[in-house]
Design a protein around this ligand. Structure first.
Ligand SMILES: CC(C)(COP(=O)(O)OP(=O)(O)OC[C@H]1O[C@@H](n2cnc3c(N)ncnc32)[C@H](O)[C@@H]1OP(=O)(O)O)[C@@H](O)C(=O)NCCC(=O)NCCS
Length: 154
């Protein structure tokens, strides 16, 4: 079940961070700041009372930034990230965003394939950006505006 994260989810989300990003993981303090942050939307996927994945965005004006998307190893390749991104996109459109930006290491094959399959295209490359020498790619996808309110509700 995908739902909005709350302060009570900090430890579980920080666990996902550590499992998925190791040395680059956000601390529980950073996770809390993300969950409580202004213009942030943090969603978790809870399965059998346990959080297996989460994703977060911020929206400023018409641009949504994907900050994080992470799925525990045991829950991968089941469409969890795709479903989280669909919900984050829905939320971003509702907030007025018309495009989403993200940053990814060019050797992250799983993430690159996921983003490309969802229509993201590379708009910028920063060479040898990461400590291991990988390039950083900025990717962008256009999103149709949310017409829910204009249409008087879905
Ligand atoms: C990248 C990540 C979020 C994908 O999560 P996921 O739930 O396994 O992804 P999904 O099951 O929704 O996959 C959707 C599509 O993405 C692509 N994909 C996902 N994982 C892939 C892999 N390991 N290899 C190739 N393609 C992959 C496939 O096209 C897949 O569709 P398919 O299964 O029908 O072929 C997950 O591997 C992860 O958490 N990685 C560690 C953290 C990370 O790198 N986050 C992104 C930082 S930018």
């Amino acid at each position: 079940m995908i739902r909005l994260a709350g302060t009570g989810d900090v430890d579980a989300v920080a666990h996902v961070e550590r499992e998925c990003f190791a040395g680059a993981a956000w601390s529980p303090g950073l996770v809390r700041a993300e969950i409580e942050g202004h213009r942030r939307t943090v969603l978790v996927d809870e399965q059998a009372d346990s959080i297996v994945a989460y994703g977060s965005i911020s929206v400023i004006d018409d641009v949504a930034d994907l900050h994080r998307i992470a799925v525990l190893a045991g829950a991968r390749r089941q469409g969890v990230a795709r479903a989280l991104l669909a919900e984050l996109t829905r939320s971003a459109r509702h907030e007025g965003a018309s495009r989403m930006l993200l940053e990814v290491a060019d050797d992250n094959q799983a993430a690159m394939t996921l983003y490309t399959s969802l229509g993201f295209v590379i708009i910028s490359r920063r060479r040898r950006y990461y400590p291991d020498g990988a390039d950083s790619l900025v990717m962008e996808a256009a999103m149709e505006p949310d017409r829910t309110e204009a249409d008087g509700g879905a």
